[in-house]
Design a protein. Structure first.
Length: 141
């Protein structure tokens, strides 16, 4: 990675990161933080090019990818909720703050699942999935 790219990533990390974000203690924490930064950068790039002329034909494929991404993000939130609850049970959590965080992670999970469903419906409506109704009718009768 060249120096300019490293500098840009550091600036984005500062802009996207929380002031309270601790330094990673484990390899898993470092990987998770790095992947989340990459996710945020990718989302910003998509936002930049989404309205470009000639991008309309990619809508079904984009919605398919977004559906998968939302589902994976929802699963990640649910897993992190489990971590928060487990740490709270082991006495490492901060009581009401950990409970609130667990509730918020659950809410994020649910909203991401709703977004995944909406994106999947959009993908189907955009013509990415051929109408299977004629084939089903022929099987039924």
């Amino acid at each position: 990675m060249d120096f300019e790219r490293i500098r840009q990533r550091a600036e984005r990390r500062q802009a996207l990161g929380s002031d309270r974000r601790p330094e990673p203690r484990t390899r898993s924490e470092a990987i998770l933080q790095d992947r989340c930064l990459g996710l945020a950068e990718a989302a910003q790039e998509l936002e930049r090019v989404a309205g470009s002329d000639g991008a309309g034909g990619s809508v079904p494929a984009v919605l398919g990818c977004v559906t998968s991404a939302f589902e994976s993000l929802a699963n990640s939130m649910l897993m992190m909720r489990g971590l928060v609850l487990r740490e709270q049970g082991e006495g490492e959590g901060s009581g009401p703050e950990a409970e609130r965080l667990a509730r918020l992670l659950f809410a994020i999970d649910q909203n991401l699942r709703f977004a995944a469903h909406a994106a999947d419906l959009g993908r189907r409506g955009a013509g990415a999935e051929p109408d299977r109704a004629p084939a089903l009718r022929s099987l039924a009768g």
